[in-house]
Design a protein around this ligand. Sequence first.
Ligand SMILES: [Zn+2]
Ligand SMILES: [Zn+2]
Length: 317
Amino acid sequence: MPRAVNPKALSARDVTGEFDVLKQPMPPLPITYTRARIGIHCSTAGGVEKAVERAYRLGCNAMQIFSSSPRMWRASSPAISQCVEFCRLAHQYDVDPVVIHTSYLVNMCSKTPEFLEKSVAAFRGEVQRALALSAKYLVLHPGSFSGGTREEGLQCAVDSIERAVDGIDLAGKNFKILIENTAGAEYSLGGSFEQVAELLRRLRKVVPVAACIDTCHTHVAGYDVVSAAGFEDTMQQIEKTINLENVPVWHCNDAKAARGSKLDRHANIGQGTIGIETFRRLINDPRTKDATFIAETPVDVPGDDRMNVEALKGVVA
Ligand SMILES: [Zn+2]
Ligand SMILES: [Zn+2]
């Protein structure tokens, strides 16, 4: 059979046609789950509630979505009936937690005033939609401070997040904003654990906050997650800065690029420069026992999403 390549695979992480699990035969029932919460970024094509059905059919007990198009400023909110159906299905299938990834356009430390204001407004919408969908976590890339200093960027991100949630009552809600570590590109915030920790320290006064650590970003930023000793050293560095208790979600992505390359290209689990052993160590580490593991891997051929979920489930001891 010819292997079709999904043209959208690397851009929007969206699926259509034969790439869509909803168009494929139902998996054999019952679906089995592991002790660990494992999920993948799912498409919301056809309505946000369809994403839960996709997660379920892929064998996930956790999931991540975009709550609006990740490359468009204009976000339309799902109807109340869709939010209700989304929550009903998530409960029925025990897909928990639901994680929402913020739009790629949002830059909370932009030096361009117009862009910054659009980002603040868009992020406010992200928070509101996350609450409407009972998502526990909203993942945010801290932004790019190109044109300013790192310190200005850090403080601008904190101030912008504070402005975005103004008047939204987050106290007592089962909801946190997660700052994701980045691949360490020149002007991006969050390329080191120290920077993520510093952001968390400042943001704690403003919003409920924790971190999301991405294995690919960690590796290409230069940390060793591949050798056994390197993995342990990297975990200890996270413990000393962010604290592993503050990492409820891990993005599990293998990498196409070399360690330290700062090139953020995700590869299938076990097929990149990281390798399967890192994921085995991570998921079975007692320090991550309460964490959720989400793949954000490309769907280059139909079934790649299922293959990556199964690869992660397959290492759970
Ligand atoms: Zn990620
Ligand atoms: Zn990435």
